[in-house]
Each structure stands twice: as structure tokens, then as C-alpha cells.
Design a binder for this molecule. Structure first.
Ligand SMILES: [Fe+2]
Length: 273
């Protein structure tokens, strides 16, 4: 099947190729996994910090800054990242939310980053700004797909911004040709006409390419942003500097690959034929 025929069958695949990202609905069984992932995070936060009694999960997260601050948040962040983000059950839950889309984007033999990263951005907290960058600039494989899944509605500065594929690649070509840009701030000024915040409801997720420039500015809304992010790729596509076994672990693979992987780990890699 040609790429054109294949893309005609898949709205998210077509969006991903055209824009470098797609926003997908998480429905049915996948939605149950998302609700569970959010409930576990909220339970972990409630156990670590007093406050927010009587609030439902959505209100609890949106109003988190009312009973937290940047100082107390740091300890909680480290603990949640270690206890929740690194657990195999939590990784599986997050994978389940988007696996049907990933199968279309990267195939059904998938590796997933070792840790799911819960990210919190309190209103007016300037310590958590994410400067303009692409993940590929820091060694991520351009074959990856990044999941950025909000646990509350996100919009304006409560969300992140990104640059679509065509303008992104135009700016990248300018940089490659030697355009003089001395800082991330200056680069942001240059590409600002081509970036926009991603607006999503809870129950939607962003899947985007690590080749896209993106970042997050000061959250000027009066709600806290909570998202989960984690990277996926095909088990058999190039890894960049983030290797299988170190950064990534297999999360879904087929019988012949099961034999191949266990053979390699026990008897070593086979060269040639
Ligand atoms: Fe990034």
C-alpha cells in the first residue's frame, strides 16, 4: 500500500505526517485507563500533601496551587516520578491509553521510555519554563513519537506551544544555512508567528514528533497544568543516543521477536548470516 493510500485511511496518521503531530480522542476502554492513571496520580499527591479535601480529581489538579507551592512540590515531584512513573503497571496503563494510535504511527512492535514523566506547572511558576527546543537536538531519535497527555483541560499558556512541520522545517533549514540566532529567546522571537498553544480537553492526547520545535511559557492562567509525557518508537527503528534497555523497554512485541530478544540477551548479537 502506498503512503497516500495508507494515510487516506487514518486521520491521525494523515495529521501526523502533515503537521508533525496529531491530537487524538481517548475513548472507551482507553478512557478507563486514562481515568485510572489520573486517579492514581491524585491519590499519590493526596497522600503526600494535605489540602484539597472534598475536591474531585479534575478540580483537585486545577486548584493544586492553592494548597501547594514550588518548594513543597519539588519533593512530591521526585517521589511521584520514582514511585508512580517508573512502575510497570503505570507504564502499561499509559501505553493502553494510546496503543491503538501508536500501532498506526510506529507499528505494533513498540518500545516505551522507562519512566512516565508527570509534569506539573503551577500558575506564575517561572522555575518550570521549558525553553524552545526539539528533542532531536538532544539526541532523541527522529523516529520517536512523544505522548503529551493532559490530566486537566489545557489552553493558552496552561498548555505547551509547538511549530507545525512545514514552518518548523523551514526554520530548521534557515538554521542549517547559517542564520544568526544567538539564544533560544531570540529563536522563539523569530518563529513566534508560526507557533501556537495546543488546546486540548482532558480525554484527548497529543502525539508529536521529536523533530518539532516546542516549549512552554509562564503559565498565566489561574489553573495548574498536570500532564504525563513519555516517548515511544518502533522496536526496530534507529535509536539515536537513547538505547534499548537503557532509555527504552519493549512494551508490545510479537512471537518471533520474543525469541530473537531472549536469544540476543543470552547468547549475544548475531552478525551477518
Ligand atoms: Fe521536549
Amino acid at each position: 500500500m502506498s503512503m497516500e493510500d495508507w494515510l487516506a485511511k487514518s486521520k491521525h496518521g494523515e495529521d501526523f505526517v502533515r503537521q508533525g503531530y496529531c491530537v487524538v480522542p481517548i475513548q472507551g476502554e482507553q478512557r478507563a485507563s486514562l481515568d485510572r492513571a489520573r486517579a492514581l496520580l491524585v491519590a499519590g499527591l493526596r497522600a503526600a500533601l494535605p489540602g484539597g479535601d472534598g475536591l474531585g480529581d479534575e478540580d483537585y489538579l486545577n486548584r493544586f496551587h492553592k494548597f501547594s507551592n514550588a518548594a513543597t512540590l519539588n519533593d512530591v515531584r521526585v517521589r511521584i516520578h520514582r514511585e508512580l512513573g517508573g512502575s510497570p503497571e503505570y507504564r502499561k496503563l499509559v501505553f493502553n491509553c494510546v496503543k491503538n494510535y501508536l500501532f498506526d504511527l510506529v507499528g505494533n512492535e513498540v518500545v516505551m521510555q522507562r519512566n512516565v514523566n508527570p509534569v506539573t506547572h503551577l500558575p506564575r511558576d517561572k522555575t518550570q519554563l521549558l525553553y524552545l527546543h526539539t528533542d532531536a537536538w538532544s539526541g532523541c531519535s527522529p523516529y520517536e513519537v512523544i505522548l503529551w497527555m493532559p490530566l486537566v483541560d489545557v489552553y493558552d499558556t496552561k498548555s505547551m506551544y509547538l511549530c507545525k512541520r512545514d514552518p518548523n522545517n523551514k526554520h530548521m533549514r534557515d538554521l542549517k544555512a547559517g542564520a544568526q540566532v544567538d539564544s533560544a529567546v531570540e529563536l522563539l522571537k523569530k518563529i513566534r508567528p508560526d507557533i501556537a498553544p495546543v488546546k486540548m480537553k482532558y480525554g484527548e492526547a497529543l502525539l508529536f514528533s521529536p523533530t518539532l520545535m516546542h516549549g512552554a511559557e509562564e503559565n498565566l492562567t489561574d489553573e495548574t497544568r498536570f500532564i504525563l509525557n513519555v516517548r515511544f518508537k518502533s522496536l526496530f527503528s534507529p535509536y539515536g543516543t537513547k538505547a534499548l534497555g537503557e532509555t527504552f523497554l519493549p512494551v508490545n512485541y510479537l512471537p518471533a521477536t520474543e525469541i530473537g530478544l531472549s536469544y540476543e540477551s543470552e547468547f549475544g548479537i548475531v552478525d551477518g548470516g
